[in-house]
Design a protein around this ligand. Sequence first.
Ligand code: HPA
Length: 249
Amino acid sequence: MLGIIGGTGLTQLQNLNITRRQIARTPYGEASQPLIFGDLVGQEAVFLARHGAGHTIPPHAVNYRANIWALHSVGVTHLLAIATVGGIRSDLAPGDIVLPHQIIDYTHGRNNTFHDGIELPVKHIDFTEPYSIKLHQICKAAAANIGQNLHDGGVYACVQGPRLETAAEINRLERDGATIVGMTGMPEAVLARELGLHYAALCPVVNHAAGRGNSKQSIQFDDIITTLDCTMQQVRNLIAEIARVHKTA
Ligand code: HPA
């Protein structure tokens, strides 16, 4: 089954015909909200808003383990995450959508493994390719089908937040090889890998990163809202097509 984690700007999925809601209690606590099951272009899918229904949970306080465990336990095999980002590389502008292929993790203090020797035994997993190649290909095919521009590949720097970065921090991230910056990609991706899920992320760029483009002096939050409004309909259309391609894959 396809699971979708919605981020900022996507707390509900309008094209999901909801059939039921299920409170998700896990050994790690409750997920961000009840799981929302429904029919998405003719197949069952499940949706979860990462920051809760009212967008009240900040990135560092999301119970990533509960979210991923809950989705896995109801039969999700392919998990598509939506995660807004700031664009670091100069060709990435607000309104673009990036399909990253790599991650650098700058977070700290987050519960970032199931293999802590409590629920699951200690184990080291391979994470060379942090995103599922299969789901990445499905996303690319879906974008091509509907003529949606997608930046294929990107290096996602996951920062702790909730504050945005300084210009010097963005310069450092760029020197490290990052092209986009967000706050929620980790530990979500690694937890999905630990449970064997195919995980990919669609990253709408909602602002130029600090010190770049029109964020040279400061990041304009009004502009972020405007960009979110314009971009999310494209993201919804893309999710629907990804669900279609996934059904036949
Ligand atoms: N930095 C970190 N996270 C973000 C940004 C950003 O500029 N934009 C959206 N999420």
